[in-house]
Design a protein around this ligand. Structure first.
Ligand SMILES: [Zn+2]
Length: 348
């Protein structure tokens, strides 16, 4: 079946430039919104659809709205990293990949963390604040949440995946008490507003992300303008048709395409103005994050878990040296900064 991002030429997959760019953006969008539903909503708002093609018999196929299911299928399709799936096996393909292995891996990790059935409540049934975030640094694998019961007491742990699957002796520090490491991470997060290094890094990441957004939108804008030129050329062809019925229907089709392209162009221009106006300076981030300590206290446990997922991409636990390092999610910091800035405005 034809796949968004590729065209088939002589039974080979070749990159379809405009669609390929969309595929890449869809992966990045999912990582930014962190949710299938939020991504679907945005895709539908933009009028982006699934692969649209014409069969040999001239029948129009595909071009459907995105749903959680077809978005999930897109995000897990190994074709996009240059591989082909045959039954349960995956092999290297001869075609060009559309997304980097890293981007693909991040999307898979997030899908796994969010759970296909999307159960946030299930995820935190035992108050596993760091589930899906914590990794065993010496082994380079995920640590999962588990607990043991003694009498009425329940002891929670995070356990290294290597230790779990290949034996306790395979890891230098196979488990860590959950409460201890959770408290440590929360302290780090609470202190975020007072840490000059974190603030400077945040400002840098936010600025880099805004610049990236501007770059992507500018590219989409250029592609749309090319499409519009093509549509106008088709319009002239259609206008010259001798058959009245065909002429009217072709003109209507082309006009529809032109209208939707122009609508998206207007959106892009508005977004670009907004992005260019986003002057993220150190002072603003400092002000916003300074309130973080208070904000954290006002949140319910479930909201705290959400904020943590939004802010943190990964937590590396090095049991060998007893150290923990947090990798912040640049998009998350941006989203949180904006959310907090909004709250300030509402309060003011
Ligand atoms: Zn380990």
């Amino acid at each position: 079946m034809p796949l968004l991002g590729y065209a088939v030429k002589d039974t080979k997959l070749v990159v379809h430039k405009i669609e390929a760019e969309r595929v890449r953006q869809i992966f990045e969008m999912y990582l930014e919104y962190q949710s299938l539903l939020a991504t679907v909503t945005e895709l539908n708002r933009r009028g982006w659809t699934t692969k649209h093609w014409t069969t040999k018999k001239g029948v129009q196929r595909g071009g459907r709205l995105f749903t959680k299911n077809n978005l999930y299928a897109l995000l897990t399709n190994v074709t996009y990293i240059g591989q082909i799936r045959y039954k349960d096996e995956v092999h290297p393909g001869a075609h060009e990949p559309l997304v980097s292995d890293e981007l693909f891996r991040k999307a898979q990790a997030l899908l796994e963390r969010n759970g296909h059935t999307g159960g946030r409540a299930v995820r935190n049934k035992h108050g596993a604040l760091l589930r899906g975030l914590l990794r065993c640094r010496p082994c380079g694998c995920a640590m999962s949440h588990t607990y043991t019961s003694k009498g009425n007491r329940r002891y929670r742990y995070y356990v290294c995946g290597t230790a779990q699957q290949r034996g306790w002796s395979q890891c230098v520090a196979p488990s860590v008490p959950a409460g201890e490491i959770e408290r440590f991470v929360v302290e780090q997060i609470r202190g975020i507003g007072g840490d000059a290094v974190v603030i400077a890094e945040t400002v840098r990441q936010v600025r880099r992300q805004t610049e990236g957004d501007i770059e992507r939108l500018s590219q989409e804008r250029a592609a749309l303008q090319q499409q519009l030129r093509d549509h106008h050329a088709k319009m002239q062809v259609a206008a010259a048709m001798t058959n009245h019925v065909e002429r009217v229907s072709s003109l209507a089709d082309v006009q529809q395409c032109i209208r939707s392209a122009e609508r998206r162009l207007t959106e892009i221009d508005n977004d670009l103005i907004a992005l260019r106006g986003q002057l993220v300076d150190e002072e603003m981030v400092t002000k916003v994050l300074a309130d973080f300590d208070q904000l954290w206290d006002s949140l319910a446990p479930r909201e705290q878990a959400r904020v943590l997922e939004l802010l943190i991409e990964r937590i590396d636990y090095d049991g060998q040296h007893g150290s923990v390092s947090l990798t912040f999610h640049p998009c998350g910091i941006k989203a949180l900064t904006q959310e907090l800035a909004h709250r300030r405005e509402e309060v003011a």
